[in-house]
Write a protein that binds this ligand. Structure first.
Ligand SMILES: Cc1ncc(COP(=O)(O)OP(=O)(O)O)c(N)n1
Ligand SMILES: Cc1nc(C(=O)O)sc1CCOP(=O)(O)O
Ligand SMILES: [Mg+2]
Length: 210
């Protein structure tokens, strides 16, 4: 399967506090997640570096790709991918710094114009959302599956769908053109690593059947 197709797991420092981070992520990767985003909004650079380094090893073990949210410096230090939102700095500069092979993703909300800008600046994927109610980011602007169909016609880049994604609503997003489903709560909100792995397998299998 293309490396930028499948389940895109995103960590959350509240859901995965304390000892949960590594076992819950291990389960998501064992269940087939292809990308893992380390999304930690805390201001503790030493812990962030330490956790991201451990996650990089785990991703390497499973043949998955690690993406750092917001933090070009950390992505550059670890030589891994980066996800940038609209106010997170220049994608062009990040591309220059991380090199042509790095995976760099861009938030596009519900805007094809933002996606066009991101493509020109060298994005590896374009991310649209949020498609459903999101516990993790309730205030994110809303997007519709029809937007995915339009984006699929207009862009050759892999398309990420994010925001309230669950096993229940995932098929509709894949059918509308999503190459990657980015999931926080619908994956890591599970009560045990076994349930995280079951959900991850469920998402991954959808990409083989749809
Ligand atoms: C895959 C993916 N898509 C969108 C986002 C959101 O990025 P951003 O708008 O910068 O918001 P924060 O995640 O930084 O709160 C994302 N992280 N990943
Ligand atoms: C981080 C983020 N960005 C979004 C966007 O629409 O850009 S929605 C979102 C939260 C995704 O978490 P959950 O799967 O729990 O809804
Ligand atoms: Mg951001």
């Amino acid at each position: 399967m293309h490396p930028l197709r499948g389940l895109y797991a995103i960590t959350d420092s509240q859901l995965l506090a304390g000892e949960r981070l590594m076992p819950w992520v291990d389960a998501a990767l064992a269940g087939g997640a292809r990308l893992l985003q380390y999304r930690d909004k805390s201001a503790d650079p030493a812990r962030r570096r330490d956790e991201a380094t451990q996650l990089k090893s785990l991703c390497e073990y499973y043949g998955a790709q690690l993406i750092i949210n917001d933090d070009l410096l950390l992505a550059s230090e670890l030589q891994v991918g980066l996800h940038l939102g609209r106010d997170d700095g220049s994608l062009g500069e990040a591309r220059q710094q991380l090199g042509s092979q790095a995976i760099i993703g861009a938030t596009c909300h519900a805007s094809l114009d933002f996606a066009s800008e991101a493509q020109k600046a060298g994005a590896s994927y374009i991310a649209f959302g949020r498609f459903f109610q999101s516990v993790t980011k309730p205030g994110a602007p809303a997007a519709t599956p029809f937007l995915l169909e339009q984006a699929r016609k207009q862009f050759h880049l892999p398309i990420v769908a994010i925001g309230g994604v669950t096993l229940h609503n995932a098929p509709q997003l894949i059918s509308s053109g999503a190459s990657l489903l980015a999931v926080v709560n619908g994956l890591f909100g599970a009560p045990s690593p076994a349930e995280v792995e079951r959900r991850a397998r469920g998402f991954s299998e959808l990409f083989q059947t749809l």
